[in-house]
Ligand binder design. Structure first.
Ligand code: FPP
Ligand code: MG
Length: 293
């Protein structure tokens, strides 16, 4: 079952931005060794493990344009194979033998789990502020992007101040990426997104497009309140909420904030290193904030 689910996930594609960041950043600093390769696998394994768990937690049955692993093999298999990948990534780090790497990745996975629990504790929390929303985003998503960037610069032997700058680049890019994910839940169609859309509120996730739209729309706030009380959508809720969020420019606001974060990411890039790769890293930040899927 482990190879079956593993192959299914590998063949399902995905943007693979996290390992890409790790590999590109090692090359950006002229790294000549090969440690960045298993370390980028570690980052992607942790990401995949977290998605296997996340689709169970979110009762979501579609990902990357196909049925998610829990949709095909069921919840138990998804959780357990997620555990396998997660523990495998720690075995790989122990083989690599760098205590600094283990410290970084254990902190990151702990933050990931904390972020998810924080999000769960804020289910249907209508008073969610923009700052709280960004705190969840940093912990549940951006920390892993930040770690990928940190790993790439750490293996290439960069001093602490440069590693910290790259961690900031990854963190800001990760926030931009998740803000865009939250905007796409209100903007994209299911085929383009490759996963269910209009699903965040159904799961009780109060994200930035909705927070912004509720500020100036009392009818929307009331409707969201009654969805929260029922803890379920009724016929027409999804479309009505999407239209109101669109009318209030909620997704546009989240996208604007994503662009701000992408700009911050680009500013964090040091002005030495391979120029072509620097340009690619800048384009990756832009892509995270403007992606259509
Ligand atoms: C996707 O968010 C989910 C995450 C970014 C993190 C999931 C983390 C965990 C379940 C806990 C940590 C687990 C391990 C094994 C380390 P989303 O639901 O907003 O995005 P989606 O629309 O792509 O599902
Ligand atoms: Mg999810």
């Amino acid at each position: 079952m482990i190879p079956a689910i593993g192959h299914y996930i590998v063949n399902s594609g995905g943007k693979r931005l996290r390992p890409l960041l790790c590999l590109l950043i090692a090359r950006y600093f002229g790294y000549q060794g090969d440690r960045h390769i298993p370390m980028s696998v570690v980052v992607e394994f942790i990401h995949t493990a977290s998605l296997l768990h996340d689709d169970v937690v979110d009762s979501s049955y579609q990902r990357r344009g196909a049925p998610s692993a829990n949709g095909v093999w069921g919840n138990q298999a998804s959780v357990l194979v997620g555990d396998y990948l997660f523990s495998r990534s720690f075995q790989m780090m122990v083989s690599d033998g760098d205590m600094e790497m283990l410290r970084l990745m254990s902190d990151v996975t702990n933050a990931l789990a904390e972020g998810e629990v924080l999000q769960l504790s804020r289910t249907f929390h209508l008073e969610m502020s923009e700052a709280e929303c960004l705190e969840v985003i940093e912990r549940k998503t951006a920390v892993l992007f930040s770690a990928a960037a940190e790993v790439g610069s750490h293996v290439s032997g960069q001093p602490a101040n440069v590693v910290a700058k790259m961690a900031e680049y990854g963190m800001c890019l990760g926030v931009a990426f998740q803000l865009m994910d939250d905007a796409l839940d209100y903007l994209a169609d299911e085929e383009t997104a490759g996963k269910p859309v209009g699903h965040d509120l159904e799961e009780g996730k109060i994200t930035l497009p909705l927070i912004h739209a509720m500020h100036s729309d009392e009818a929307l706030r009331k409707r969201v309140h009654s969805i929260a009380e029922r803890d379920a959508y009724e016929e027409g809720d999804r479309e009505w909420v999407r239209e109101r969020v669109e009318a209030q420019g909620g997704a546009e606001y989240a996208m604007k904030r994503a662009i701000d974060y992408a700009e911050r990411a680009k500013k964090a890039l040091p002005d030495f290193g391979d120029v072509d790769i620097r340009n690619l890293l800048a384009r990756l930040a832009d892509f995270s904030a403007k992606r259509p899927y």
